[in-house]
Design a protein around this ligand. Structure first.
Ligand SMILES: Nc1ncnc2c1ncn2[C@@H]1O[C@H](COP(=O)(O)OP(=O)(O)O)[C@@H](O)[C@H]1O
Ligand SMILES: [Mg+2]
Length: 244
């Protein structure tokens, strides 16, 4: 489904990502891990179109999407969430998700109808499925960090993606929140038959959910495989686990 071929990104002489390749199969759960500064977000932003690689190519379902604008890639079935949350902080949880539906599906020609009439049922169903229905009247920006990340997942899902990309979905979460977020992701991916690619700095978080793991270190991919293969890799143990 996703074929990333030898991408490189340099920022004023500093190579943040160096010749990294990765493929993700349909309905696979894949993770890119590595310590802070390894190049995960840079790699991620090239896939979503927020950064253009200096060289290399990215294909989605066989179609070359290298350097294409993010909203066009989103239209091709890719949803995403950011390392820092990207919700509408002054809107309620309900209005956040409803606005996301409106943004992605539009009003279907009913231009003069008030926005609040649209996608109410879809919004309710989505909020129930991600466990935020009870908090539907809460203002997004004042909720706990974990709940805001949950809401951001909801916004990404409102675009009905086949492939979902998440940049450190558990960053800043407590151990309990992290555990719940991973279980939620696993369930949503199964229910919606999603393909999932996410980045993570905490190795333990990915072992329970990812079927395939790539390890970045200083912009290079130093290992790739199943959780068991990556865990046993001597270079990963030396470079990555040595940090803990
Ligand atoms: N826009 C940028 N300009 C200059 N350097 C950057 C930029 N974005 C990232 N970097 C650098 O690239 C390296 C990788 O960053 P990043 O991709 O954010 O890593 P990670 O997400 O793994 O923590 C870091 O050294 C970072 O400082
Ligand atoms: Mg990052």
């Amino acid at each position: 489904m996703l074929d990333i071929d030898n991408v490189t990104k340099t920022f004023s002489g500093f190579t943040a990502v160096s010749g990294v390749s990765l493929t993700v199969e349909k309905q696979q759960i894949a993770a890119v891990i590595g310590p802070n500064g390894a190049g995960k977000s840079t790699f991620f932003n090239m896939i979503t179109g927020h950064l253009t690689p200096d060289s290399g190519a990215i294909r989605l379902n066989g179609r070359d999407i290298t350097g294409i604008a993010p909203h066009k890639i989103c239209g091709a079935g890719m949803g995403r969430s950011f390392q820092r949350t990207n919700i509408f902080p002054k809107l309620t949880v309900f209005d956040n998700v409803q606005a996301a539906y409106l943004a992605h599906r539009g009003k279907g020609g009913n231009f003069w109808s008030p926005a609040e009439r649209f996608y109410r049922d879809e919004t309710e169903a989505l909020l129930r499925s991600i466990g935020l229905w009870e908090q539907r009247e809460s203002i997004g920006g004042v909720m706990s960090y974990g709940a805001q990340k949950q809401l951001e997942l909801g916004l990404a899902l409102a675009s009905d993606p086949a492939l979902l990309l998440l940049d450190e979905p558990t960053a800043g979460m407590s151990a309990t929140e992290t555990h719940e977020a991973i279980r939620l992701l696993e369930r949503i991916a199964g229910e919606r038959e999603l393909t999932l690619l996410f980045t993570e700095h905490d190795m333990e978080v990915v072992f329970s959910i990812a079927q395939k793991i790539a390890v970045l270190h200083q912009g290079r991919k130093i290992a790739e495989g199943t959780p068991a293969e990556v865990r046993a890799d001597p270079e990963v143990r030396r470079i990555y686990l040595g940090h803990h």
